[in-house]
Design a protein around this ligand. Sequence first.
Ligand SMILES: Nc1ncnc2c1ncn2[C@@H]1O[C@H](COP(=O)(O)OP(=O)(O)OP(=O)(O)O)[C@@H](O)[C@H]1O
Ligand SMILES: [Mg+2]
Length: 410
Amino acid sequence: MEREAVLVGIDVGTSKVCALIGEVARDGTLTIVGKGVVPASGLRKAVVVNIDQTVRSISGAVDHAERLSGYQIDRAFVGVGGQNVESQNSRGAVAVTGHQREVTREDVDRALEVARAVSIPSNREVLHVLPRGFIVDGQEGVKDPLGMSAVRLEIETHIVTAGATAVRNLAKCVQAANVKIDELVASSLASAETVLSETERELGVAVADIGAGTIDLALFLDGSPFKTVVLPVGGNNVTNDLAIGLKTSLQVAEELKIQHGSCDLSTVIGDESISVSTLGEAAGRTVSRIDVCRIIEARMREVFEMMAAEIKAAGEGMLPAGLVLTGGGSQLEGAAALGREVLNMPVRVAGPTDVGGLTDNILNPAYSTAIGLLYWGAKGLEAGASGPYPSTPAGGLPGRVRDALRNLFP
Ligand SMILES: Nc1ncnc2c1ncn2[C@@H]1O[C@H](COP(=O)(O)OP(=O)(O)OP(=O)(O)O)[C@@H](O)[C@H]1O
Ligand SMILES: [Mg+2]
């Protein structure tokens, strides 16, 4: 298959940094040719709190990926998580001015600029201005207005922002690792690229990437995101609860969770006891499995209730395709079952799909963001546009707008 481009995705997560190099063929097929995964230190809830440690983790992951592939990494798509990611929807309207009053690309760009001009606090950085659809002379639900005769063109956009200082620190770390930034992408939107189907997005669906420190949540309707938000909880909270509840170390708690944990209490029967000493504790102590699972279930129930509140606030009954869980934390046994019970909607767990090449150990939900970043980049290739960050200064729209437009003009 003819090679179209080589793209790089870097997911700087709370627990690990993952750099992937992917070859995208002309038909869109993605082949992983390089990968590097190193444990992260220096982040708290996906926000950089130690620059040196974060740079070291990123450099480590990049080195591994380069050595494996023989490629030199120059630039990358970088995921942005952290509790400072938020979104809002904004409309922009313009009069169609062109020849014979046919909607042109320029009208669309102007409408986007009007939508983008919504007031955004100076302490926030715009990550995405994503067109959701158009209203042409009052007619809603227009996906592609180019060439339509009209007097008035209105665009609906989804604007994703993040805390400006957090974004700057992340960008600084990536650049200090000698990598330029193709684009900063909200983690949930990256993950969505590989775990959601086109049909689900059209119908209405949510994706929740349960990481170590955060949950990146995005809600889709009519094919595009309409709410993007990050919840400041993740798998680490479950581990912490276990360590405190069972008076044990974080390492033992993590092993207990992964090997014996479940948040579906209906499947935990009898009173199985687990010998904790096999997990590294000195004395021959045992804990009961039901106690372990009760602690996990209590926290996970709360986590699903937080998701339910966000989904409810966005509008009841908007998501007939339900919720798709991904991220390392979604691998907890019983996660989908408890999710269905609390949210009262279809819930499934998904990892990356449709990837070839060096996929050992990465076809697992913990790598959805990293692989999704490559898909996000590949989508940009189709539209032939991508604005390098940070060469577009605040308000420097064109690069990002063109970039955003690819969603609607494939
Ligand atoms: N089999 C498993 N069962 C339960 N939890 C698991 C399992 N495997 C991994 N986890 C949890 O997944 C979390 C790590 O997930 P992931 O790698 O997606 O996080 P991250 O991307 O580094 O963090 P974040 O997205 O919050 O910045 C950890 O809390 C870990 O305990
Ligand atoms: Mg993550």
